[in-house]
Design a protein around this ligand. Structure first.
Ligand code: NOJ
Length: 487
């Protein structure tokens, strides 16, 4: 395809009418939405959304009384962030949130998942709240509702107040868990008159291991396995305390659940034995967090494997950890383990992943669309939940801006089309997936990669802060308008 494509041709390529192209944010109109192909539809009322997180988009790190987070400190350690950038400015979403909500609206999304920056609301983590911090989220929530978009709030997306790291060692201490419970209570009390759905912690699986195990996320520590297991246990305890706080201080009917990067297991070949093996694998590989949250117990195999490194706890903690949730939020990007049945060990064998396994523009982002079919299906069976939300799915891409100013991210569309087709396969079989949040609304600060990895439906020029819809924005808009997989 030539780089020089006219606006009319662009609309044609997108499979869309050129007529309605001009709109306030420049996204391509779907005009009118075509009927979905037979057999590709999602259930009525399926929640279509996008997601971001506070540190990755807000910027304004020193404004209106926000305290420092562990990420503010971590990004300043030389060599930690690949391109040397920080979230100081990021997407300036703190000031541009109205413009960004208009982008969400353009997509036709009915829901938006964002996170509250704990140190904006409590600069030191505990103690005196900062009213200006909460005010930002009041404004954000009001603007979303004004635009017909449901706010889905995450309490913790990794920006721990630095003060808690300094005073208690962060998640190494149960003090931090208790303080997190108080913070959750405060947020629930002030926002659940309008926010009906709350995620507790985002990706314990990542922030514990990357932050405290291999030092590539904040706070950048490399602790031994026993401590990691304890920290993971503490994160589960924090989750449970937050669930209880939302129940006690939120409006009646507020729903709450985790948003976890579940260790994604799928059968290597679809046979009854391998499917059973994948089910066992899913439970065991998630034994340190999701399984204990959902069942109140560490499995025998988990404890045996951990041996002397097993977490220490009292039974009352398991009760808190397993406080009943209203839904399971799963971040699903890539297959972690393809498994086959085995007569050894717990009954499954994870297979090595060949070097030549295809991946997207991030090395870790292997392309395994069937993961988003198997994982919710097996999770619903193991943990007997009737509401699963895909709290994140999406991909980075190189997203070159062509001379015509457009971004033809057919790689992202390929990825999304395949994953959504498999998700539709799951819902059509009655797997209780109720919604999907695409990561991400717009390019943003991608942690260790800085601004180098772009996950957005909207391209962001970080010098000018101009947002430009990629071709995938039109694709997703069409998916939402038709409530179908876009295959
Ligand atoms: C999961 C994390 O929750 C999010 O912060 C991150 O940007 C995406 N994955 C992509 O890596």
């Amino acid at each position: 395809m030539s780089d020089k494509v006219s606006r009319r041709q662009f609309a044609k390529i997108a499979g869309l009418s050129a007529a309605g192209m001009a709109n306030p944010v420049g996204a391509v109109e779907v005009n009118p939405a075509p009927p979905p192909r037979a057999g590709t539809g999602f259930p009525a009322g399926f929640v279509w959304g996008t997601a971001t997180s506070s540190y990755q988009v807000e910027g304004a790190v020193n404004e209106d009384g926000r305290g420092a987070s562990i990420w503010d400190k971590f990004v300043r350690i030389p060599g930690k962030i690949e391109d040397g950038t920080t979230g100081d400015r990021a997407n300036e979403h703190y000031h541009r949130y109205k413009e960004d909500i208009a982008l969400i609206k353009e997509l036709g999304c009915k829901a938006y998942r964002f996170s509250v920056a704990w140190p904006r609301v409590f600069p030191d983590g505990d103690g005196k709240p900062n009213p200006k911090g909460l005010d930002f989220y009041n404004r954000l929530v009001d603007e979303l509702l004004k635009n017909g978009i449901e706010p889905w709030l995450t309490l913790y997306h990794w920006d721990l107040p630095q003060s808690l790291q300094d005073r208690f060692g962060g998640w190494r201490s149960t003090e931090t868990c208790k303080i997190f419970g108080d913070y959750a209570a405060y947020v629930a009390e002030h926002l659940t008159d309008r926010v009906k759905n709350v995620f507790t912690l985002n990706e314990s699986g990542r922030f514990v291991y990357f932050g405290y195990g291999i030092g590539i996320d904040a706070p950048g520590l490399t602790l031994p396995q026993a401590e990691l297991n304890q920290i993971r246990h503490n994160s589960a305890l924090a989750h449970g305390l937050a669930v209880q706080a939302v129940r006690a201080h939120g409006r009646h009917g507020t729903r709450v659940g985790p948003a976890e990067n579940i260790d994604a297991c799928a059968p290597a070949i679809d046979t009854p034995e391998n499917v059973r093996a994948a089910e066992i694998a899913l439970r065991e590989m998630n034994g340190g967090y999701l399984n204990v949250i959902m069942t109140g117990q560490y499995t025998d195999a988990f404890l045996k494997f951990a041996g002397p490194n097993a977490p220490k706890y009292i039974d009352a903690e398991l009760k808190i950890i397993s406080s009943p949730v209203d839904f399971l939020g799963l971040n699903i990007y890539a297959p972690q383990n393809y498994v086959v049945a085995s007569d050894q060990g717990a009954g499954f064998m994870p297979l090595p992943i060949p070097k030549s396994f295809p991946h997207m523009n991030s090395d870790w982002l292997r392309v395994g669309p069937e993961t988003i079919y198997w994982v919710p299906k097996l999770a619903a069976k193991i943990w007997k939940t009737d509401a699963i939300y895909i709290s994140e799915n999406g991909t980075s891409g190189d997203d070159v801006v062509r001379p015509d100013g457009k971004i033809y991210d057919t790689d992202r569309i390929m990825y999304l089309r395949n994953y959504l087709a498999q998700l539709q396969r799951a819902t059509s079989e009655g797997v209780p997936v109720r919604g999907y949040f695409l990561w991400s609304l717009m390019d943003n600060f991608e942690w260790v990669y800085g601004l180098n990895k772009r996950f957005g439906l909207y391209h962001v020029n970080f010098d000018t802060q101009v947002r430009t819809p990629k071709l995938s924005a039109s694709f997703y808009r069409n998916v939402i308008a038709t409530n179908a997989a876009g295959v």
